[in-house]
Design a protein around this ligand. Sequence first.
Ligand code: AMP
Length: 455
Amino acid sequence: MKFDELGLSPETLKAVKECGYESPTPIQAKAIPLIQMTRDVVGLAQTGTGKTASFTLPMIDALAGGRAKMRMPRSLILEPTRELAAQVADNFDTYGKYQKLSKALLVGGESMGEQVKLLEQGVDVLIATPGRLLDLFERGSILLNDIRILVIDEADRMLDMGFIPDIDKIVSFIPPTRQTLLFSATMPPEIKKLTEKYLSNPKEVSVAPAASPAETVEQFLVNLHPKDKNEVLDQLLKQEKVETAFIFLNRKKDVDLLAKWLKGKGYNAAPLHGDMAQVQRTKTLAEFKEGKITLLVCSDVAARGIDVNDISHVFNYDVPMTADDYVHRIGRTGRAGKTGRAWMLASDRDQKFMDAIEKLIKKKFEPVDIKSKKGGNKSGGSDSKSFKKPDHQKNERKDNDHKSKDHKANNNNNAPHKSQSQPQKKSPPKNKKYDNDDEGDDVVGFGDDIPSFLK
Ligand code: AMP
């Protein structure tokens, strides 16, 4: 299929062609015609599939020519994080450059006065995180009764972050005659319920089986003792041909510590998490996109959906607490048809989470013995298609003793950072919003220390 066959306006087509896109991605080919017919749509697609353009392109055409009234936006896109909201806003600028559309970005961390000023002038497209939107709504700065198109993007992440009550509230202020589009990488029962509640006779489009990691990502597992994580990461960074990488951790504090440690070792690394000032986050992200920073050490939410295409590697320094997070993390690489490599550092304490991940991705990991890979084995030594369950109970002690000695022998100066190996004893409150940019909560995971109520 060609873009010309989609019935987009000449202005939008021109902007798309200038981006160098040759043909629509599968989600675009499927979703755009439905959106043009004003159908409600559920899009099951991960980031990296071109899903943002699948709703922004038809929205631009649907909204072109109309005029927004003061404080009454004509469309609303809800995003879970500031970064994603900013990225979607960039998409509107890029694809909508030949149409006259006004837009506003309502996210925490930016001046409210400026945002209110824009709203007062009238906006066609409002892109917002739920917290800031409700805040402004409750102050009377915004009215939602002129919304014609509502997009709930990254719905599964909204659920994880505890945003569903906020979304419920927001949707109750929007007239039911709207067109509603909901995008999600996975379809847990709660999201299914959401679609039944908010969408009218929706058409479902899906581009990959829910929660299946991109085919283009090779996945590897290293079994280790938690105290060896820094050294093993250092070794992997040296032996893999890392161009740019995300390194994921479960806790914001550890993000800072690891970034510092890596910088100390001479790596071009920087932290990114929700406690950093917005200007710093924006700067870090821009530098990462430009390639000035090669290793982005981050928490899940801060990195969610960040659109950088040339990521060669993802390192899971901590095993993610949910299997969905694993899928989202490794989806940072292997994008836009390129291949990528994802490494997981796990200890026997992570077994419960590893089991959940293996169940979701329907693959068994076979641990890679990286000791034998010194000198840069190109393949990383594992066939990712034939994963075998790690036998932590039997092998871990012996294996770790061996590994520790090996590291000491080979890497005398690379003593692991002490605080990385001493998990904090803080348990997160259940159902609490976490790493939420607008809330500033602290705990994003448990690292290696699983509280007993989860065992
Ligand atoms: P998304 O899934 O929306 O995060 O998009 C992932 C990346 O794909 C972005 O960098 C887009 O610019 C790019 N992209 C979107 N549509 C196309 C297309 N039809 N052809 C090539 N690249 C695209």
